[in-house]
Design a protein around this ligand. Structure first.
Ligand code: ZN
Length: 226
């Protein structure tokens, strides 16, 4: 039997929801992802709904960072929708999955920012091998201990901590680090964050602070290719 094309992703979406209802999130995920990708941005309510259910599948698959990324995108489309309350109940002040303590929230933000900076400098979001990964992770952990042990975060709000995290110096070894294009990428990225960080409302109109919305800190699960 010939199947009709599913350009708008309606059928994929229904299939994804059904599979999720049958407790098969691993099989639901590709359908829900395809449904979200097929939904035109002009149908913002529908897109919000699909991104919400994509996030629910990701949560059931224990991938909270990718789920939060999906909810963060969805809540901008409809600031009073389902995704917004799901996002607010799970996101910490950095727009990352909330951990068991404020210290862990700080650590994961620092860790993701520093690894992200390393990847930006390198011009790739992959570690070439375990040796490179171990060395970079150890340097980030050492820098974190130095920062936290010196008490330099005490009494700071999230925005002030973020600028301290971004500015903390780590002398990464150069694992084939980049040419001019990698350096340019870093400069542009930093200028934009410096200009927009802080407590100001996000320019997208979501009503959340910029640091928690479009300026949220991407988790390592969003950054790295495994
Ligand atoms: Zn925003």
């Amino acid at each position: 039997m010939r199947r009709e094309p599913d350009a708008s992703g309606e059928r994929e979406f229904r299939l994804g929801i059904r599979l999720l209802g049958e407790h098969r999130p691993d099989r639901a995920l590709p359908s829900l992802r395809a449904a979200a990708e097929a939904c035109p941005a002009s149908r913002s309510g529908e897109l919000e709904r699909r991104l919400y259910w994509l996030a629910m599948a990701l949560l059931r698959l224990d991938r909270p960072e990718l789920a939060l990324k999906s909810l963060a995108s969805a809540q901008k489309l409809r600031p009073r929708g389902l995704a917004r309350s799901a996002y607010e109940s799970r996101a910490n002040e950095y727009g990352m999955p909330r951990r068991a303590s404020r210290e862990l929230d700080d650590f994961y933000a620092f860790y993701s920012i520093k690894i992200g900076q390393y990847f930006a400098r390198k011009g790739s979001s992959c570690f070439a091998d375990c040796g490179e990964k171990d060395a970079v992770v150890r340097l980030v952990a050492d820098a974190w201990r130095a920062l936290a042990a010196a008490g330099r975060l005490r009494g700071l709000d999230a925005s002030a901590k973020l600028s301290r995290f971004r500015g903390a110096r780590i002398d990464f070894p150069s694992f084939g680090l980049g040419g001019e294009s990698a350096r340019q990428l870093l400069r542009v990225d930093f200028r934009r964050k410096a200009a927009l960080c802080g407590e100001e409302r996000c320019p997208c109109g979501s009503g959340l602070p910029f640091r928690q919305c479009c300026g949220r800190t991407a988790g390592l699960g969003e950054l790295a290719c495994e």
